[in-house]
Design a protein. Structure first.
Length: 191
Protein backbone atom coordinates (compact mmCIF):
# COMPACT_ATOMS: atom_id res chain seq x y z
CA UNK A 1 0.00 0.00 0.00
CA UNK A 2 1.39 3.39 -0.98
CA UNK A 3 1.39 5.93 1.81
CA UNK A 4 0.45 9.49 0.98
CA UNK A 5 3.03 12.24 1.04
CA UNK A 6 2.20 15.79 2.04
CA UNK A 7 1.37 17.48 -1.26
CA UNK A 8 3.22 20.77 -1.00
CA UNK A 9 3.55 22.18 -4.50
CA UNK A 10 6.63 24.18 -3.44
CA UNK A 11 8.51 21.20 -2.02
CA UNK A 12 11.56 20.31 -4.07
CA UNK A 13 13.22 16.93 -3.82
CA UNK A 14 16.63 16.83 -2.20
CA UNK A 15 18.84 14.59 -4.32
CA UNK A 16 21.76 13.01 -2.52
CA UNK A 17 24.75 11.31 -4.08
CA UNK A 18 26.18 8.10 -2.63
CA UNK A 19 28.79 9.81 -0.43
CA UNK A 20 26.13 12.14 0.97
CA UNK A 21 23.76 9.27 1.56
CA UNK A 22 26.37 7.00 3.12
CA UNK A 23 27.60 9.79 5.42
CA UNK A 24 24.12 10.18 6.96
CA UNK A 25 23.74 7.16 9.28
CA UNK A 26 19.96 7.55 9.55
CA UNK A 27 19.35 7.72 5.79
CA UNK A 28 21.88 4.98 5.10
CA UNK A 29 20.12 2.72 7.62
CA UNK A 30 16.77 3.38 5.92
CA UNK A 31 18.00 2.97 2.34
CA UNK A 32 17.45 -0.78 1.83
CA UNK A 33 13.99 -0.76 3.44
CA UNK A 34 12.88 2.35 1.55
CA UNK A 35 14.27 1.06 -1.76
CA UNK A 36 12.51 -2.26 -1.22
CA UNK A 37 9.22 -0.54 -0.42
CA UNK A 38 9.41 1.70 -3.49
CA UNK A 39 10.47 -1.05 -5.91
CA UNK A 40 8.05 -3.68 -4.57
CA UNK A 41 5.07 -1.29 -4.66
CA UNK A 42 5.89 -0.11 -8.17
CA UNK A 43 6.34 -3.64 -9.52
CA UNK A 44 3.10 -4.72 -7.79
CA UNK A 45 1.40 -1.91 -9.71
CA UNK A 46 2.82 -3.14 -13.03
CA UNK A 47 5.84 -0.82 -13.33
CA UNK A 48 8.52 -1.75 -15.82
CA UNK A 49 11.56 -2.15 -13.57
CA UNK A 50 12.87 -5.54 -14.66
CA UNK A 51 10.87 -7.75 -12.31
CA UNK A 52 7.59 -9.52 -12.99
CA UNK A 53 7.00 -10.18 -9.29
CA UNK A 54 8.00 -7.71 -6.56
CA UNK A 55 11.63 -8.21 -5.51
CA UNK A 56 12.40 -9.53 -2.04
CA UNK A 57 14.18 -7.44 0.58
CA UNK A 58 17.25 -9.62 0.09
CA UNK A 59 17.25 -9.04 -3.70
CA UNK A 60 17.07 -5.27 -3.21
CA UNK A 61 19.77 -5.32 -0.50
CA UNK A 62 22.04 -7.36 -2.79
CA UNK A 63 21.41 -4.99 -5.69
CA UNK A 64 22.20 -1.95 -3.55
CA UNK A 65 25.35 -3.62 -2.22
CA UNK A 66 26.51 -4.25 -5.80
CA UNK A 67 25.79 -0.63 -6.82
CA UNK A 68 27.51 0.84 -3.74
CA UNK A 69 30.58 -1.33 -4.41
CA UNK A 70 30.64 -0.10 -8.00
CA UNK A 71 30.30 3.52 -6.80
CA UNK A 72 33.30 3.04 -4.51
CA UNK A 73 35.28 1.63 -7.47
CA UNK A 74 34.37 4.65 -9.62
CA UNK A 75 32.17 2.55 -11.90
CA UNK A 76 28.72 3.79 -10.94
CA UNK A 77 26.60 6.59 -9.60
CA UNK A 78 23.77 6.19 -7.10
CA UNK A 79 21.32 8.95 -6.31
CA UNK A 80 18.51 9.04 -3.76
CA UNK A 81 15.72 11.61 -3.63
CA UNK A 82 14.12 12.75 -0.37
CA UNK A 83 11.05 14.85 0.35
CA UNK A 84 10.58 16.02 3.93
CA UNK A 85 13.33 13.61 5.03
CA UNK A 86 11.63 10.59 3.48
CA UNK A 87 13.31 8.56 0.71
CA UNK A 88 10.96 8.77 -2.27
CA UNK A 89 13.15 7.76 -5.18
CA UNK A 90 16.41 6.27 -6.32
CA UNK A 91 18.36 5.78 -9.49
CA UNK A 92 21.72 4.57 -10.64
CA UNK A 93 23.95 3.95 -13.61
CA UNK A 94 26.71 1.39 -13.98
CA UNK A 95 29.77 1.59 -16.21
CA UNK A 96 29.88 -1.22 -18.78
CA UNK A 97 32.22 -4.04 -17.73
CA UNK A 98 33.49 -5.05 -21.18
CA UNK A 99 36.88 -3.35 -21.74
CA UNK A 100 35.86 -1.95 -25.14
CA UNK A 101 32.73 -0.40 -23.60
CA UNK A 102 34.32 1.09 -20.44
CA UNK A 103 33.92 4.72 -21.58
CA UNK A 104 30.14 4.21 -21.46
CA UNK A 105 27.50 3.50 -18.81
CA UNK A 106 23.93 2.25 -18.61
CA UNK A 107 21.21 4.03 -16.64
CA UNK A 108 19.69 0.89 -15.14
CA UNK A 109 16.99 2.06 -12.75
CA UNK A 110 15.12 5.22 -11.89
CA UNK A 111 12.26 4.55 -9.49
CA UNK A 112 9.98 7.05 -7.77
CA UNK A 113 7.46 6.30 -5.05
CA UNK A 114 3.99 6.38 -6.64
CA UNK A 115 2.89 9.01 -4.10
CA UNK A 116 5.73 11.32 -5.19
CA UNK A 117 5.26 10.97 -8.95
CA UNK A 118 4.49 14.21 -10.73
CA UNK A 119 6.56 16.25 -8.25
CA UNK A 120 9.75 16.40 -10.35
CA UNK A 121 11.53 13.63 -8.46
CA UNK A 122 12.29 11.50 -11.54
CA UNK A 123 13.56 14.54 -13.45
CA UNK A 124 15.77 15.62 -10.53
CA UNK A 125 17.21 12.11 -10.12
CA UNK A 126 17.86 11.64 -13.83
CA UNK A 127 19.41 15.09 -14.25
CA UNK A 128 21.72 14.43 -11.30
CA UNK A 129 22.73 11.05 -12.73
CA UNK A 130 23.47 12.68 -16.11
CA UNK A 131 25.62 15.26 -14.32
CA UNK A 132 27.48 12.49 -12.51
CA UNK A 133 28.08 10.72 -15.82
CA UNK A 134 29.54 13.89 -17.35
CA UNK A 135 31.75 14.41 -14.32
CA UNK A 136 32.94 10.77 -14.50
CA UNK A 137 33.90 11.20 -18.16
CA UNK A 138 31.20 8.87 -19.46
CA UNK A 139 30.96 9.30 -23.22
CA UNK A 140 27.59 7.67 -23.91
CA UNK A 141 24.88 7.00 -21.34
CA UNK A 142 22.41 4.35 -22.47
CA UNK A 143 19.14 3.02 -21.11
CA UNK A 144 16.33 0.76 -22.13
CA UNK A 145 12.67 1.07 -21.27
CA UNK A 146 9.52 -0.90 -21.86
CA UNK A 147 7.66 0.55 -24.82
CA UNK A 148 4.49 1.30 -22.86
CA UNK A 149 6.41 3.36 -20.27
CA UNK A 150 5.45 6.58 -22.04
CA UNK A 151 6.02 8.90 -19.05
CA UNK A 152 9.61 7.70 -18.59
CA UNK A 153 10.34 7.81 -22.32
CA UNK A 154 8.98 11.37 -22.52
CA UNK A 155 11.16 12.38 -19.54
CA UNK A 156 14.28 10.85 -21.08
CA UNK A 157 13.63 12.55 -24.43
CA UNK A 158 13.17 15.90 -22.67
CA UNK A 159 16.61 15.43 -21.08
CA UNK A 160 18.29 14.80 -24.42
CA UNK A 161 18.13 11.02 -24.86
CA UNK A 162 17.38 9.75 -28.35
CA UNK A 163 15.97 6.39 -29.37
CA UNK A 164 18.46 4.29 -31.28
CA UNK A 165 16.61 0.99 -31.52
CA UNK A 166 13.61 -1.07 -30.62
CA UNK A 167 12.97 -4.79 -30.23
CA UNK A 168 9.28 -5.38 -31.00
CA UNK A 169 7.37 -7.46 -28.45
CA UNK A 170 10.61 -8.45 -26.69
CA UNK A 171 9.57 -7.94 -23.05
CA UNK A 172 7.34 -10.75 -21.75
CA UNK A 173 5.04 -10.19 -18.79
CA UNK A 174 2.87 -13.26 -18.65
CA UNK A 175 1.03 -13.41 -21.95
CA UNK A 176 1.58 -9.70 -22.69
CA UNK A 177 4.44 -8.50 -24.89
CA UNK A 178 6.00 -5.04 -25.02
CA UNK A 179 8.65 -3.40 -27.15
CA UNK A 180 12.07 -2.87 -25.60
CA UNK A 181 13.17 0.68 -26.45
CA UNK A 182 16.89 1.59 -26.45
CA UNK A 183 17.91 5.20 -25.84
CA UNK A 184 21.23 7.01 -25.60
CA UNK A 185 22.63 10.36 -24.53
CA UNK A 186 25.88 11.25 -26.25
CA UNK A 187 27.87 13.23 -23.68
CA UNK A 188 30.79 13.75 -26.08
CA UNK A 189 28.90 16.54 -27.82
CA UNK A 190 29.66 19.99 -26.52
CA UNK A 191 26.85 22.33 -27.57
Amino acid sequence: MTSALPHDATAQPVVLDAPGLLSDPDLHARLAGSAHRILAELVSGGAALGWVEPPSRDEVAELLGHVVSAVRAGDASLRVACLDGRIVGLGYWLRYARPTHRPHADLEKVAVDAAAQGLGVGRALTAALIGDAREAGIEVLTLDARGDNTHALRLYRSLGFTEYGRLPEFVAVGERRYDKVFCMLDLRRRD
